[in-house]
Design a protein around this ligand. Structure first.
Ligand code: BES
Ligand code: ZN
Length: 894
């Protein structure tokens, strides 16, 4: 933290407002490595470590007039800020945020008698290579020349790296932005261009001026300077939509353009609030840490989250682009127009957008059956994390930027989205929509907290929303509902009880937390309809289901909407299992049932062998998402059993489970197939190939050869499974071919596809080669994480090698991401698969001497997971082994 420049004019002004102040101090919060330089300018340094404090409210911005002049060759920028400010209370200081910027001059001049004035600051900074603040992004021109664009990423707390500002979400102001740029470059910002004129000092430059923004938070400001092509349309509600792509790739923007043009009117209708800006640009940025960022009017994306090539993009990329576009555009209302009051309410932004992105994709692409995929992608992932002792409540108090970075996790996103889905179901769409409109209208251009949303929804629905939801957002974890049934004449009487679900087993300890749980109950009479809906607001309840015959099954949690797990009495479970085999249970209920059983096994509540038996009942399963979730759980089990000497046996099991569906699907699409068939085929062939299924391996090799020789190019949907299969069962020559394909690939999607499977390689030398490649110039900095993670997840040898590699290269890796969420992701992917107690100690000790503040909680979660794995292995390895052996001796009749 340092302070700068006295401005006598404010001191004079303040004399009018209060007692004589000491000389004015312009205080810029957060220290920078340039402190020494400031000393030489005659400015003083503040003490190093001050506890975190929010900015004082006495001075706030009204409008920022900001001009930035980036130099794309020497990676610096010059900035001029003129901020109109309001002084509410006499003070001798203006406190702002600032990081890694050199202040050249700063002054404050009061104007008029209303306490307003103008703060002027000239400064310079570096276009850094850390993918945060105002940074440079590397690209290659179609002619092969390496160049750089200047781009921004400000969320959560990095606007202060581009210009001195009040960098908190609740301190909103308008922005007049201008950029001085080479005249042959595209310059974009949140608003439309209103003026473009030659720059007086240099004929190669132009000054581009953008329209004034609405009042907005600093983290949503953005600018981009570079070379791009674009495609354009106007949505039916009159907004000009453009998708900017790398030069020569405008075609690849068309898919996202269509999605965006459909999405804007969808949200306008849903919220009943128009999109407030005249234009929206979606732009693909080469070097980009997150997936995408919702800057108001100028949404930035990773290339792989925006660009679709009709031939070379696979179905899952299309789906991902649709989801990401749906997510970021939702923020234009929920986040940008109404913004969280503080980062504690980040989940409101992210949880809500992560829910409504599915609603939007379901509207645009009903054939994706995207809500079923929600359960596998978000709901179950959230429950996995939230069952840990080291989870956290959705609403968590945060201060320091590293604590803010830490909560961009599956709790804010996926649990947030899951509890909103449950709430939406509890309220009903009509009242939910009404409440959303009340909330967005009441708080537009302002800030809101979680309770404000509850209040609007409560007014709209007349239901006790705050009381119900506080149990889900203010305490961590979720319940396990235990249920038993008894037939009493024509009725079924259920006894329900709730207890916190813990990944380590039943909750022990006093004062078990309680939830208000909306529970639905269905029966085999109509598996798609809730026979009864109740709100469970006590630890135990009895429920009478009228007219349920003795041969009917009864199931909780229709649609797997309630955020809880269910444990059935053995009799109830027995009656449900045939519904898996004969498909009379709906897909999302089959998925949920299997997933609950799997997690109960991991927690030691039931035996893993029971779950293996249930998995075998999925022989007739046709549904992609159900398979995907089952495959994921079998993957977890395989990783666990890679610590044993019967890894091969579990691979046999995988082959047995997946072969029937593999045979049904074959390699080539059949007439009339769609999106989900393509996803399913890729999943199943990948699984079989990886497990070493002979016929799959042979066919993969044959097709790979044809692909490489250019005889028959693999369809995009088959590439990942084929690459994975040939690499896993290949040699150094195969790896070299893959690396060559990587070098030749023109699309980032193809490069990523290859990067993600490289870790499948098995020999120690090849693993080293892949790890070295991960840190090479060939891999974009944001993608290094998935290469190393892929090695860790690829094999037992890979897991050890990746961990050693991280330790050996820690400084470089940490420096590359400067903390931030990518480092958490790297750590999670790399150490979570261990299953030996002592590894938890080793991981903990390493990070004690190599701190990563923004990953602290992730590290604790990883250590907890390692111990859970170890306990699971000790508990169940032997019985799993016996089951697999006995099964091989007498294969079950299918
Ligand atoms: N606001 C986030 C971007 C972000 C993430 C900023 C982390 C700072 C730190 C954006 O809306 C987002 O959530 N992006 C997601 C993609 C989305 C489809 C889940 C991402 O980047 O992963
Ligand atoms: Zn988001």
């Amino acid at each position: 933290m340092w302070l700068a420049a006295a401005a006598p004019s404010l001191a004079r002004r303040l004399l009018l407002l209060g007692p004589p102040p000491p000389p004015l101090l312009l205080l810029l919060s957060r220290s920078s490595r340039r402190r020494r330089r400031l000393h030489s300018l005659g400015l003083a340094a503040m003490p190093e470590k001050r506890p975190f404090e929010r900015l004082p409210a006495e001075v706030s911005p009204i409008n920022y007039s900001l001009c930035l002049k980036p130099d794309l060759l020497d990676f610096t920028f010059e900035g001029k800020l003129e901020a109109a400010a309001q002084v509410r209370q006499a003070t001798n200081q203006i406190v702002m945020n600032c990081a890694d910027i050199d202040i050249i001059t700063a002054s404050y001049a009061p104007e008029g008698d209303e306490g307003t004035g103008t703060l002027k600051i000239d400064f310079v900074g570096e276009l850094n290579d850390k993918m945060k603040g105002f940074y440079r992004s590397k690209y290659t021109t179609p002619a092969g020349e390496v160049r750089y664009a200047a781009v921004t990423q400000f969320e959560a707390t990095d606007a202060r790296r581009a210009f001195p500002c009040w960098d908190e979400p609740a301190i909103k102001a308008t922005f007049d932005i201008s950029l001085v740029v080479p005249k042959d470059r595209v310059a974009l910002s949140n608003m439309n261009v209103i003026d473009r004129k030659p720059y007086p000092d240099d004929e190669n430059l132009v000054e581009v001026k953008f329209a004034r923004t609405p009042v907005m938070s600093t983290y949503l400001v953005a600018f981009v300077v570079g070379e791009y092509d674009f495609v354009e349309t106007r949505s039916k509600d009159g907004v000009c939509v453009r998708v900017y792509t790398p030069v020569g790739k405008a075609e690849q923007g068309k898919f996202a353009l269509e999605v965006a043009a459909k999405t804007l009117p969808f949200y306008k209708d849903y919220f009943n609030v128009p999109y407030p800006l005249p234009k929206i640009d979606l732009i693909a940025i080469a070097d980009f840490a997150a997936g995408a960022m919702e800057n108001w009017g100028l949404v930035t994306y990773r290339e792989t989250a925006l660009l679709i090539d009709p031939k070379n993009s696979c179905s899952s990329s299309r789906q991902w682009v649709a989801l990401v576009v749906g997510h970021e555009l939702a923020h234009q209302w929920f986040g940008n127009l109404v913004t969280m009051e503080w980062w504690t309410h980040l989940w409101l932004n992210e949880g809500f957008a992560s829910w409504i992105e599915y609603l939007c994709v379901d509207h645009c692409f009903p054939e994706y059956d995207i809500w079923t995929q929600f359960v596998s992608a978000d709901y179950t992932r959230a429950q996995e994390l939230d069952a840990l002792d080291n989870s956290h409540p959705i609403e968590v108090s945060v201060g320091h930027p590293s604590e803010v970075d830490e909560i961009f996790d599956a709790i804010s996103y996926s649990k947030g989205a899951s509890v909103i889905r449950m709430l939406h179901d509890y309220i009903g769409d009509k009242d939910f929509k009404k409440g959303m409109n009340m909330y967005l209208t009441k708080f537009q251009q302002k800030n809101a907290a979680t309770e404000d949303l509850w209040e609007s929804l409560e007014n709209a629905s007349g239901k006790p929303i705050a009381a119900v939801m506080n149990t889900w957002t203010k305490q961590m974890g979720f319940p396990l509902i235990y249920v038993e049934a008894e037939q009493v004449e024509d009725d079924r009487v259920l006894t329900l009880s709730q207890k916190k679900f813990c990944a380590s087993g039943p909750y022990v300890g006093e004062d078990c937390p309680q939830w208000m749980v909306p529970i639905t109950i269905s029966t085999s009479e109509d598996p798609n309809q809730a026979k009864l809906k109740i709100l469970m607001d006590k630890p135990e309840m009895n429920v009478v289901l009228k007219n349920v015959k003795p041969d009917q099954w009864v199931k909780l949690n229709l649609g797997t909407v309630g955020f809880y797990r269910t444990q059935y009495s053995s009799a109830m479970l027995e009656s449900l299992l045939p519904g898996i085999r004969d498909l009379s249970l709906p897909p999302v209920d089959r998925l949920g049932l299997q997933n609950d059983l799997f997690s109960l096994a991991r927690a030691g509540i039931i035996s893993t062998v029971e779950v293996l038996k249930v998995m075998e009942a999925f022989v007739n399963e046709p549904n992609y998402t159900v398979w995907s979730d089952l495959s994921c759980n079998l993957g977890i089990l395989s990783t666990l059993l890679s610590h044993t000497d019967f890894y091969d046996e579990i691979q046999e099991f995988v082959k047995d489970v997946f072969s029937p569906i593999g045979e049904r699907l074959g390699w080539d699409p059949k007439p009339g197939e769609g999106h989900l068939d393509a996803l399913l085929r890729g999943l199943v062939l990948g699984k079989l190939g990886k497990a070493g299924h002979k016929a799959t391996l042979e066919e993969a090799r044959r097709r790979f050869k044809d692909h490489v020789e250019g005889k028959q190019i693999l369809s995009a949907d088959l590439r990942s499974p084929v690459y994975l299969t040939v690499l896993k069962h290949g040699d150094g020559a195969t790896l070299d071919i893959m690396l060559k394909l990587h070098k030749q690939a023109d699309m980032q999607e193809e490069k990523n596809r290859i990067e993600r499977v490289l870790g499948a390689t098995l020999s120690p030398e090849l693993i080293q080669k892949v790890l070295t490649f991960a840190l090479s110039e060939e891999v974009r900095p944001q993608d290094t994480v998935s290469v190393i993670g892929g090695v860790a997840g690829g094999s037992k040898q890979g897991r050890k090698a990746a961990w050693k590699f991280i330790k050996d290269n820690w400084e470089e890796l940490y420096n590359r991401y400067q903390g931030g969420f990518l480092i958490s992701r790297l750590i999670k992917l790399s150490v979570e698969g261990f299953a030996v107690d002592k590894m938890a100690g080793e991981v903990k000790a390493f990070f004690e001497s190599h701190p990563a503040p923004s990953a602290e909680r992730t590290i604790q979660q990883c250590c907890e997971n390692i111990l859970l794995n170890a306990a699971w292995l000790k508990r169940d390895a032997e019985s799993i082994h016996q089951y697999l052996l006995q099964r091989n001796a007498s294969p079950p009749s299918v």
